[in-house]
Design a protein. Structure first.
Length: 340
């Protein structure tokens, strides 16, 4: 990757300060940059549940620091692990990070808090390097001047600092391979309009916001060359779980003959989960659907579903880009082969 391409986003959305983890409150973006200090594993779990921080790889990085905070405070690490694991159910990166930290604790001899802080930092840096490799590998899949759709936020804000799908888009744009990006708004939490568009504009990638229900029209009228998304968990058979609405985009892409790419680090793959339909799908409060920024958008007393994620069957996915290589064709056998 060329040295002139920014290898991480300039915004400090997660900042380890030794005695606390400072995180950017993503709920307030793009209107305000406000930081929240997490001083314990419980604080990290609360911030994760409340969506102060979100995005599968970032949830994992924050959990790693949460475990380091627990070690620093002399807390019971298995209890801290349980607290963190209960924060959100779908992104497997959380469990991966907690496991990594429990193993680091076992190996630590001497100053355990220091060893745990160093392990969390390593976890973070490994994610950043994975982002950079995926951006490079992913860009190789695109033809010059591609116009792409992305969904939710799989950018710097969702990871250690460059992004998965958005990292690929930004690097491909730098190479002249992406001419325009269309982030879907991503109801109900609006990660696409609030976060992804913000990141793309800051990165000077030409981008136009669309509401989720506009994707089909854009594809039908020949304005899209690829769909590029992240993932919260990839099952052993290569089914892909991601933000609600991703499955619909995959079906649309298949119908219109448009490639559908998933970009995700190895920490998102769950080989212990045989198939996508076994992935726990988070259901969040209906309030987040019937209100926007605290204002009602449905009749008082309205019932609403809030499934936060859906699963795309592997046969709808053209390729999965990981830092260990590109999985193509997409099935369990090739996934395992690439992951080694
Ligand atoms: O509910 P969120 O905002 O945590 O959901 C995030 C997503 O679905 C992302 O697409 C996914 O975590 C990949 S992030 C690199």
């Amino acid at each position: 990757m060329s040295y002139r391409f920014p290898l991480k986003d300039a915004v400090r959305h997660i900042d380890w300060r030794g005695d606390r983890l400072r995180v950017l409150d993503q709920r307030l973006l793009p209107r305000r940059l406000r930081y929240v200090d997490c001083r314990s594993a419980q604080d990290v779990a609360d911030a994760t549940r409340a969506m102060v921080l979100r995005g599968a790889p970032l949830i994992g990085c924050a959990a790693a620091y949460g475990m380091a905070l627990a070690a620093r405070r002399g807390e019971d690490l298995s209890r801290a692990a349980k607290t963190l694991l209960a924060a959100r159910p779908t992104a497997v990166n959380l469990a991966n990070a907690v496991q990594y930290m429990l193993e680091a604790a076992k190996r630590a001899n001497g100053d355990r808090p220091m060893a745990m802080a160093a392990a969390a930092q390593r976890y973070f840096e490994t994610d950043l390097r994975a982002n950079q490799t995926m951006a490079r590998l992913g860009a190789s899949l695109l033809k010059r001047g591609s116009r792409v759709i992305t969904h939710c936020n799989a950018g710097a804000l969702a990871t250690s600092g460059l992004g998965t799908a958005v990292g690929m888009i930004r690097y491909a744009h730098y190479l002249g391979k992406v001419s325009h990006a269309y982030p879907c708004e991503t109801r109900p939490y609006l990660q696409g309009s609030r976060l992804t568009l913000w990141e793309l504009m800051r990165g000077r990638v030409p981008a136009t916001l669309i509401t989720d229900n506009m994707a089909a029209h854009l594809m039908k009228t020949g304005r899209i060359d690829a769909v590029i998304v992240g993932s919260d968990r990839i099952a052993a058979n290569a089914d892909v779980c991601n933000k609600i609405g991703t499955y619909g985009l995959a079906i649309l892409a298949r119908h219109h003959g448009i490639p559908f790419y998933v970009v995700a680090p190895a920490t998102t793959v769950d080989l212990d989960c045989a198939r996508g339909d076994l992935i726990p799908i988070e259901e969040r409060s209906a309030k987040e659907v019937v209100e926007i920024f605290g204002r009602p958008i449905a009749p008082k007393g309205a019932r609403a579903h809030h499934f936060a994620f859906d699963v795309t069957p592997h046969d709808l996915v053209t390729a999965i880009v990981t830092e260990r290589g590109i999985v193509r064709p997409v099935d369990g056998r090739h996934l395992k082969k690439v992951l080694g």
